[in-house]
Design a protein around this ligand. Structure first.
Ligand SMILES: CC(=O)SCCNC(=O)CCNC(=O)[C@H](O)C(C)(C)COP(=O)(O)OP(=O)(O)OC[C@H]1O[C@@H](n2cnc3c(N)ncnc32)[C@H](O)[C@@H]1OP(=O)(O)O
Ligand SMILES: O=CC(=O)O
Ligand SMILES: [Mg+2]
Length: 567
């Protein structure tokens, strides 16, 4: 974690936002708001600070280990199963029984913690709503704190939203989806909250504030005595799961609830983590409700881990789907591992979303989603993700039809055949070709996504697909990889090699295209130029940055009170 200076308006003399009532050695540098103050209470901040103090050295160590592993991969090593933990992989043990409140997770809708979307998602007919502080959210202060306010209102059941333009009031139905919350990954700091002079760890802020304010109501009204429920992103090793387990135990102790109340599903979305699935479940065995195939970050991770391996270059992004051998192997092994340990094996997100103004294109998009979901349920997944309420009914139909009356397939789809999958299967190079259109699309989408992220939107529709931080990362690292190794665009039959000059031209042309598409006015008012600078810098940097959002985060930190210009 980089504890450096963040933000445009950090005062020279340290000033605290004195309106918040803070515990000792905690400073809140984000804007004051009376609604936020109900979340940032002295006790809640103390709860977060205590987590930070107890676990910061563990987190720092885990992130150092990531760096060390990266050094080894860059020198040519391959990720693989750890001989030291063979006994965990081969041992017969199971996780704590799945709470009945979440035994049926056929369809889970996901979305940012935005007020109207939370209501729509909870009302969508999905079994679960994963409220996202991560891939789908731009983590600016307003989004994060409003997100906490919104979730608190949602858990209590009083959340409403008025769309004045459409004269429409949104409120919760009688029957709603079960709420899971996804905090940020371990790597992201929260620069608006300082603890002992250092930025807090983003995920401990997200988890801590949500847990502190909602555990009691949630367990009573939604969890049937269990909960709250979480999704845990971007882990690379079981030592990181161990930290989460200890965080959960501490949280349970502090508020006096039984061990195993909190439950979490871990996203397997980094390449090293696929070799650690048993170990991750083992660390979290009292708190686990399964694993999920986070396919988009997983693809991103493949490029990142192999950034020093020119023999493992990816084809166009659109060709790296779940039917590629390494992706199918990952999904099959995840199902086998979860079911052997008695928990859910969740599927992932198809990128297609409904297309409003083109029925034929809409039908084609829906067909792709259907195909993807059918593959998942037949393989043995217990549920899947939907990006949009319009997709929930068809995903539900596919899972219900193929699973009959069972809430899940944990006991019936053991997939013992997947036990024979090898390291080679899990690492097999994806097949396909590289094209100029692939380079253009990566560039267009990457710049448009960063522009949206800088203005507060973490998930956006682009070219009829859902784009979020994970999909944008693929565009970035793929461009970086192609540039670094001067690859030939072999799918066009032209034999063009990717170079800085070619990329520079593509960037210029795509910026013109974006301006034409969004219109001059929006282009001028938007953050397209800043986004272009960030994205281009990342694609052309001599070494690959770990995360696009770590670099871009600096642009969205606004420290209060904002320093008044002396001019
Ligand atoms: C790789 C991963 O991590 S995947 C998980 C993270 N990503 C996500 O969660 C993406 C979630 N999806 C979304 O954010 C959105 O669906 C987008 C940005 C892709 C598309 O958004 P839009 O273009 O606004 O969708 P659209 O205009 O069709 O929305 C229609 C209605 O559905 C609602 N809606 C759309 N998606 C969602 C959602 N995921 N949850 C709740 N409501 C939603 C809209 O709010 C809108 O409501 P309204 O009619 O009451 O005004
Ligand atoms: O978080 C999900 C992913 O696919 O990445
Ligand atoms: Mg992800």
């Amino acid at each position: 974690m980089d504890h450096g200076n963040y933000g445009h308006s950090r005062p020279k003399e340290k000033q605290t936002n004195s309106n918040y009532d803070v515990p000792e050695a905690v400073e809140v540098l984000g804007r004051y708001d009376a609604e936020f103050a109900k979340i940032l209470t002295k006790d809640a901040l103390k709860f977060v600070a205590d987590l930070q103090r107890e676990f910061r050295s563990h987190i720092k160590y885990a992130l150092e280990c990531r760096k060390e592993a990266k050094r080894r991969y860059n020198e040519g090593a391959l990720p693989g199963f750890d001989p030291a933990t063979r006994c965990i992989r081969e041992g017969e043990w199971i996780c704590a029984p799945v709470p009945s409140a979440v035994s049926d997770r056929k369809v889970e809708i996901t979305g940012p913690v935005e007020r109207k979307m939370i209501i729509n998602a909870l009302n969508s007919g999905a079994k679960v709503f994963m409220a996202d502080f991560e891939d789908a959210l731009s983590p600016n202060w307003e989004n994060l704190m409003r997100g906490q306010v919104n979730l608190k209102d949602a858990v209590v059941g009083t959340i409403t939203f008025q769309d004045k333009g459409r004269n429409k009031v949104y409120k919760l139905n009688d029957e709603i989806a079960k709420l899971f919350v996804r905090p940020r990954g371990w790597h992201l700091p929260e620069a608006h909250i300082l603890i002992d002079g250092e930025p807090a760890t983003g995920c401990l802020v997200d988890f801590g504030l949500y847990f502190y304010h909602n555990h009691s109501t949630f367990r009573r009204t939604q969890g049937g005595g269990f909960g709250p429920f979480f999704y845990l992103p971007k882990m690379e090793h079981s030592r990181e799961a161990k930290i989460w387990n200890k965080v959960f135990e501490k949280a349970e102790n502090v508020v006096g609830i039984e061990r195993g109340s909190i439950r979490a599903t871990v996203l397997i979305e980094t390449l090293p983590a696929v070799f650690q699935m048993d170990e991750i479940l083992y660390e979290l065995r009292d708190h686990s409700v399964g694993l999920n195939c986070g396919r988009w970050d997983y693809i991103f991770s493949y490029v990142k881990i192999f950034n020093g391996h020119p023999d493992r270059l990816l084809p166009d992004r659109v060709q790296v789907g779940m039917t590629q051998h390494f992706m199918k192997s990952y999904s099959d092994l995840l199902i086998r591992t979860c079911h052997r340990r008695g928990v859910h094996a969740m599927g992932g997100m198809a990128a297609q979303i409904p297309i409003k103004d083109d029925p034929a294109a809409n039908e084609a998009a829906l067909e792709l989603v259907t195909k993807d979901k059918l593959r998942e349920v037949k393989a043995g997944h217990d549920g899947t993700w939907a990006a949009h309420p319009g997709l929930v009914p068809s995903c539900m139909e596919i899972f219900t039809k193929n699973m009959g009356n069972s809430p899940n397939q944990i006991a019936t789809m053991k997939r013992d055949d997947a036990a024979k999958l090898t390291e080679e299967d899990l690492l097999q190079i994806p097949r396909g070709v590289r094209t100029m259109e692939g380079l253009r699309l990566n560039t267009r989408v990457g710049i448009q996504y960063v522009a949206a992220w800088l203005t507060g939107s973490g998930s956006v529709p682009l070219h009829n697909l859902m784009e979020d931080a994970a999909t944008a990362e693929i565009s970035r690292v793929q461009n970086w990889q192609w540039l670094k190794y001067g690859v030939e665009l072999d799918g066009d039959g032209l034999g063009v090699k990717v170079s800085k000059e070619l990329f520079g031209r593509v960037v210029e042309e795509e910026m013109v295209r974006i301006e034409n598409e969004v219109g001059k006015d929006k282009f001028k008012k938007g953050k397209y130029k800043e986004a272009c600078k960030i994205f281009t810098r990342q694609c052309t940097s001599p070494t690959l940055d770990d995360f696009l959002t770590l670099d871009a985060y600096n642009y969205i930190v606004i420290v209060h009170p904002v320093e008044v210009s002396k001019l």
